[in-house]
Design a protein around this ligand. Structure first.
Ligand code: ZN
Length: 272
């Protein structure tokens, strides 16, 4: 009797622990099974030419990811920008590229996307190595915060989407930071499963990052911009942009790096 009471109590605890993940998974399955709105397809076709280059199965996956992403993510317009479906869909389609084949909980820390009409100004305090604190004004096209906010300039989102082969995409960049921030402050080491994968990642990216810093310090030109040499977090975000937008160049100039990103993102843009 005591044993069966314990079994019932245990089942109750297991059900209580699983009820939220189960409800989330059921809700997402229902969202993915809905018809993709015709107007959304039109926004993607008009604003995001990259989409048509994807294989058919990945196009379907991307649309399903967009449906869940948009149902779960609030968008906030800043400086008078009114949020429209065109803005939401154009941003979501690019962000969800990072999720395509990955075992993913979408962007679990993401709380909201803030969109400015154009570049925005931030004032920050920065300390130099001597401890001197100065106030700096920066003009930004995007930011990703550890507290779950992604902030984007709509003008830069549009330009990034319209030129899919130039290696610059602010949505890919900032959402790569969000992935990196799943495990704490961005450090270029996003969540991965398996010690061996982490070790390979650290080995390859550490080497490539050191080489880039060396090249940047001597003023040598490189496929990977000097901005990527400012921190491992920026290196990960900048190379993510190249991986999706210039896979041939990245694979030919940095094959080991390409292989690591292909392993992490679980896609092979070389074949698209
Ligand atoms: Zn960045």
């Amino acid at each position: 009797m005591a044993l069966s009471l314990m079994a019932v109590a245990l089942c109750g605890v297991i059900f209580w622990l699983l009820r939220e993940p189960l409800a989330k998974s059921w809700r997402r399955r229902r969202l993915r099974s809905r018809a993709f709105p015709h107007e959304w397809r039109e926004h993607i076709r008009r604003r995001f030419p990259y989409f048509s280059a994807l294989p058919a199965d990945l196009q379907i996956k991307l649309k399903r990811l967009v449906q869940v992403f948009l149902a779960e993510t609030p968008f906030i317009g800043c400086n008078g920008l009114a949020i429209t479906d065109e803005i939401r869909v154009t941003i979501a389609a690019q962000a969800c590229l990072l999720l395509l084949n990955r075992r993913t909980d979408y962007f679990p820390n993401l709380r909201e996307v803030l969109v400015y009409p154009d570049r925005f100004i931030v004032d920050r305090e920065a300390a130099n190595p001597t401890g001197l604190v100065t106030r700096q004004r920066q003009v930004l096209s995007g930011e990703s915060w550890l507290t779950g906010q992604v902030i984007l300039s709509w003008q830069d989102v549009l330009e990034g989407a319209a030129r899919p082969g130039d290696g610059h995409n602010v949505v890919i960049h900032e959402f790569a930071h969000q992935l990196d921030q799943e495990t704490g402050p961005a450090n270029g080491a996003p969540l991965m499963f398996g010690k061996l994968r982490y070790a390979r990642w650290a080995d390859v990216l550490g080497r490539e990052y050191a080489e880039l810093q060396q090249r940047a310090s001597t003023g040598q030109e490189s496929l990977i911009s000097d901005y990527a040499a400012t921190s491992p977090a920026e290196f990960f975000a900048v190379v993510s942009e190249l991986f999706f937008e210039r896979p041939r160049d990245l694979a030919s100039e940095h094959p080991s790096l390409y292989a690591q990103f292909s392993d992490y993102y679980r896609v092979n843009p070389l074949s698209w």
